[in-house]
Design a protein around this ligand. Sequence first.
Ligand code: GLN
Length: 315
Amino acid sequence: MKTLTNDLLEELVVECKPYSREGEVVKDIPGQDAVDQNKLGVCIIDMDNQIYSAGDSDMKFTLQSASKIVSLMMALDDFGKEEVFQNVGMEPMGDFYNSISHLEAHDVQKPFNPMVNAGAIAVAAMIKGKDLEEKFERVLKLLRKITHNNSLKLNEEVYESEKLKGDRNRSLAYFMKSTGAIAHDIEESLDLYFRINSIEVTTTDLAKIGVFFANGGRSLKTGEQIISTDHICTIEAIMMTSGMYNEAGKYAVEVGFPVKSGVSGCVIGSVPGRYGVGIIGPAINKKGNSTAGGELLQRISRHLDLNIFSVIRKD
Ligand code: GLN
């Protein structure tokens, strides 16, 4: 087992960069283009709030689907587990993240899980607030508290593009309305979903979310229990089974701790009781996961012995 240092992370970033050639940068996200193809950055925060980073760790990008764990956290906090999972399932899907066919094929009254688009739209529809502005403000406020970053904000250009190119998500939402899976105002739920996807962050922000999870929903800085540990355990279990879509099985085996990806090429990882991990590698594969970022995660887990299942084999 190796010791976590900036030098180790730098070494691993150099080793993993070539894997970015196996993916492609999503064309739909303004501000991300071919020049980002080979970028790769990582930030890891430990339980003493010590920050380690390497590569393009200061790059700015949007949360995209990594935000699905934030929406789920708010819905659990607002309604509790029982009510949330009456509206969305908790089973892995094995399909693409924006799949529509699964909704019809299985005649589902609720989407499979909160990590795929249909599920995250259903979860966004649950977030409380008197209007769209208040709902989004509540999400931002929670994220700012968790990351201790008061400058977190919406990337307007990405948000406009999400709205403009959101027909697939609109289809999912209206299909769910037709089956009764969503009873809320569809356009407002979609708008909130688009906004949450468009929050701009760096790998440090992601690692802070990860370490907040690793600390059971308690702020490392103030000690405040912001979200109940029970809810954090629920979210981490669902990240483990569905956070990387139809590659979740591979990541459970090769990485062995909860992770959640987004099409910007980002990944949030949480090693319970140990670390928060934030990664950006904009080139993603067909399944929606960063190619270089995924490789980096696997190597970090191996070198630092982070697979949570290996604890059983320790002595
Ligand atoms: N904005 C993207 C969408 O809604 C997010 C998908 C993702 O990150 N996998 O389709």
